[in-house]
Design a protein around this ligand. Structure first.
Ligand SMILES: [Zn+2]
Ligand SMILES: [Zn+2]
Length: 337
């Protein structure tokens, strides 16, 4: 029996990944699988599993041989349940991995890559403690934090090695997957457990994080996410605001269409923020209406054109007739991704 090199990818699919980053990750998985299929060593030894996490964690692809894996479609949902993802990883490791016994050589020590761009919204400490207690070590864990909102203090307690990928651009993700494919392929030729992947030359824009001294979480970059319903199409989109410390308010960033199966249960609610803290608006990605309003009854947000002059509006969510009450600040509930 061949000794397998199990590789687990834990992918953050929270709201903060919406749009180009998640598309780039989806493409990255496709490119990685294609690269591994071309490499005879990798084809033989590498087995891969994909775990995604948002409000929940799920095994999208159980540990499988490379030729049989179909890259999954990823969709964004609220929440960053890193603790749940770690528990699921732990379960998978316990069930999947063939141990070395007197009679047989078991699997090589698995490689785990955790790709996240935010901070956990669930309790992760006990999950990490349980995983860490296992002896011998169950896996070599690499934490890849992307963007400027990553909590490296948390990530460096989970991962053996942390890498900071600064950009969230399609290009940055593409380079990351090139790096990961190359290092996994090198490992598949000589899966020496003592080799550390971070010794493989990092791509531009990636740097090693000093776990003893992780960079502090910056105040800049904090984001708020709001779910908005389009009045024309009744479809939902995500409206993102970013905190600007210099101005002490949130500035509108973009509006991203949400999948139909998007649900907001389990989202970590951010404390209601006063509407006068929110500056600017983004166009509805469906009907291009340039502003938004809040239903006084169900409190849902919906898109509205700047120059609406209808005497009565109908909330697209609860269908209440609303008389346009403009002016005055009000509290808006968002989520923290
Ligand atoms: Zn609209
Ligand atoms: Zn309503």
């Amino acid at each position: 029996m061949i000794r397998r090199l199990p590789v687990y990818l834990l992918l953050d699919c929270s709201e903060s990944m919406a749009g180009p980053p998640l598309d780039a990750v989806e493409n990255g998985v496709v490119t990685m699988l294609a690269a591994l299929r071309k490499n005879p060593y990798a084809m033989e030894t590498v087995y891969m599993s994909l775990i995604t996490f948002d409000a929940k964690a799920r095994v999208n692809v159980p540990l499988s041989e490379i030729p049989s894996i179909v890259a999954p479609r990823l969709s964004v949902r609220p929440g960053t349940s890193l603790g749940a993802a770690i528990n699921l990883l732990h379960e998978s490791l316990k069930n999947d991995i063939v141990k070395t016994t007197a009679g047989q050589k078991g699997d090589f020590r698995p490689l785990v890559f955790i790709l996240t761009d935010g901070q956990p919204t669930d309790e992760w400490q006990s999950a990490v403690a349980r995983l860490r207690e296992a002896s011998p070590r169950l896996a070599n864990i690499y934490g890849i934090g992307c963007g400027d909102e990553v909590d490296f203090t948390t990530l460096s307690r989970i991962a053996d090695v942390c890498i900071h990928m600064r950009g969230l651009s399609t290009e940055s993700f593409a380079q990351f997957f090139v790096w990961m494919s190359a290092s996994v392929q090198s490992m598949s030729v000589a899966p020496d457990e003592k080799i550390s992947l971070e010794k493989f030359p990092l791509q531009e824009g990636m740097e090693l994080v000093d776990s003893a001294n992780p960079p502090p979480l910056s105040e800049r970059g904090q984001r708020l996410y709001f779910h908005v319903c389009c009045r024309e199409t009744k479809k939902h989109y995500l409206m993102r605001y970013r905190y600007e410390p210099a101005f002490r308010f949130y500035l509108a960033q973009d509006g991203i269409p949400l999948a139909d199966d998007f649900f907001s249960d389990g989202a970590m609610k951010a404390p209601a923020v006063s509407s006068d803290m929110l500056h600017g608006a983004v166009d509805c990605p469906y009907c291009q209406a340039s502003n938004w309003a809040q239903c006084g009854f169900c409190k849902h947000l919906f898109c509205i054109s700047e120059d609406f002059d209808e005497p009565s509006l109908v909330c697209p969510v609860c269908e209440t007739h609303l008389t346009g009450g403009r002016g005055g600040a009000f509290g808006v509930e968002g989520s923290m991704g």
